[in-house]
Every structure is written in C-alpha cells, then in structure tokens.
Design a protein around this ligand. Structure first.
Ligand code: B1M
Length: 212
C-alpha cells in the first residue's frame, strides 16, 4: 500500500513530522493499526537496522529514525489500547541493564495494556534488583525483560537468578524478548517465557498467568 511505503520511506529518512502526518492520514483512511505498525513503521525500522549493520547509516541517523518511529507509535497507541478493560494483572517491564533500546519494549507495553494488563514500565538500563524490588512492591506476578544487544542479553540471567534468590520462584515469572534472543536462550537462563514479538508477548503473559 502506497501510504505504508511512504511511512517506511520517511521513517528511514528520519522525518518525524512526515511520519506523524502520514500515520494520521493512514488512520483517517481506516488502514488497520496493526498494518500501519507492521508494514509501515516496523518494516522501515528493519531497513534502518540493515543499513546500520552495513555501515550505510550511522548512529545520529538511526536516532532520527527512532524518533520518527516513536512519533508514529504515539499516534497508534490509543488504537492499540482497548478502553476500560478490567485489569488482568500487573507486569513489570524494562530494558535490561546496559541496554538503551526501548522501541520494541514500548510496543510490548502498549500491547499488554491493550490486552488489559497493568504495566509498570521501568524504562531502559534497568538493574536486576530494580526489576525484582518493583515486582514485590507492586505485587506483580510477571517481569518482562527486553534486550536488543548480544552484549546485554547475558544480564537477563541476573534477573531470573535474583527472583530465585529472593524465594519468589513460582510467584514471580520472568519473560524475556528482543531481537537477538531465542526460546533456547530463554530456557538456558531459566526464564519461564520467551516471546518473539509484542503480540506473542501478550499470549505468553496470559499463559504464565494461567489464562492461556
Ligand atoms: Co542499536 N543496535 N545500538 N540503536 N539498533 C541494533 C540492536 C543492532 C542489531 C543494529 C545492527 O548492527 N544491525 C546492533 C546490535 C548488534 C548486536 O548486539 N549483535 C545495535 C548496536 C550495535 C547499537 C550500539 C552498540 C551502537 C553503538 O553505539 N556503536 C548502541 C548501543 C546502545 C545501548 O543500548 N547501550 C545502539 C544504539 C541505538 C540507538 C540509541 C541509536 C537506537 C535506539 C533508540 C531507542 O530504542 N529509543 C538504536 C536502534 C533504533 C537500533 C535498530 C536499528 C532498531 C531497533 C528497533 O527499535 N527495532 C536495531 C537494528 C534492528 O533491530 N534491526 C539496532 C524496531 C522494534 C519494533 O523491534 O526492538 O526488535 P525490536 O522489538 C521487537 C521484538 O524484538 C520483540 O517485540 C518487539 C516488537 O515486535 N521484543 C520483545 C522486544 N523486546 C521484547 C520483550 C518481550 C517480548 C518481545 O518480553 C518482555
């Protein structure tokens, strides 16, 4: 669809104003929000990642694309979140210590809220004890940890281990996700769940809470 290609193109170019304008136009034209997200915004970001890896784009440009992505997601958020759903439980969410990537984590949060979960978002660069302390103080039964770097994914084990050390195993479950991860990696660090994308994160959290 032309409008979705335009959104991708402007996201790659880092033009947040144009991305916002075109996402708004797509919403007005009743393009489904999941299509705007997947085939417009996420598709554009995949190209950015590829070009960055090949050194065809550099960090300042990637940051502009990230800003454009955030502008588009902000407009989609109200559509992705159902209104007045009774709370299904609480999830503490954050990007693991050392990791500053938050776009995917934010999408997971939006989808969880959309499905009726209360999300306590701790942001980026979150140490293991902050995840666990917050789960206890907020009475959350799931901790969701995101990592986008092969150098930070190893920190995730610290969260799982701390849940065990504090005697919370069984009561607090850890779900992990992010581009470099796999179900096998999640199992290897003892996490109770792994999700490939934001939609499957919702399914996984529901399953962990005994609803799936
Ligand atoms: Co960075 N970066 N980055 N970056 N960046 C990657 C991840 C990289 C793959 C790019 C590349 O080389 N092709 C590469 C990592 C390589 C590796 O580890 N092997 C990389 C690098 C190297 C770096 C720096 C080290 C660069 C440098 O400084 N030299 C640096 C590290 C900073 C740090 O974290 N300490 C860095 C910085 C940045 C920016 C700040 C410029 C910016 C982030 C801005 C922001 O997030 N606010 C950035 C970006 C934008 C990217 C790419 C281009 C895009 C990431 C993104 O937002 N994707 C990325 C390349 C890529 O992934 N293709 C790249 C869109 C998003 C919707 O997808 O985040 O995968 P994603 O989330 C998905 C799933 O993974 C999943 O669901 C989401 C929605 O479907 N998911 C979960 C995510 N979390 C989940 C949690 C769950 C469940 C599912 O449960 C809890």
């Amino acid at each position: 669809m032309e409008i979705l290609n335009d959104i991708s193109r402007n996201l790659i170019a880092g033009d947040d104003a144009k991305v916002a304008e075109q996402v708004a136009e797509a919403i007005r034209s009743e393009v489904p929000s999941a299509e705007i997200l997947d085939d417009g915004l996420i598709a554009g970001m995949a190209v950015v990642g590829d070009r960055f890896r090949k050194h065809e784009m550099f960090l300042p440009e990637v940051l502009l694309s990230a800003r454009a992505m955030a502008a588009g997601v902000a407009l989609l958020k109200p559509l992705l979140i159902a209104e007045e759903v009774p709370s299904r439980g609480k999830v503490v969410l954050g990007s693991v210590q050392g990791d500053l990537h938050d776009i995917g984590k934010n999408l997971v949060g939006i989808m969880l809220e959309g499905a009726g979960f209360e999300v306590v978002d701790l942001g980026i660069d979150v140490p293991a004890d902050k995840f666990v302390d917050t789960a206890v103080s907020e009475g959350a039964s799931v901790i969701g940890v995101s990592s986008l770097l092969t150098t930070t994914m190893t920190q995730m084990k610290g969260v799982v281990d701390l849940v065990d050390e504090r005697g919370l195993s069984g009561r607090v479950k850890v779900i992990v996700g992010g581009a470099p991860l796999s179900a096998e990696f999640a199992r290897s660090i003892g996490a109770q769940g792994y999700a490939y994308d934001a939609a499957s994160a919702v399914e996984k959290v529901m399953a962990l809470m005994g609803e799936g």
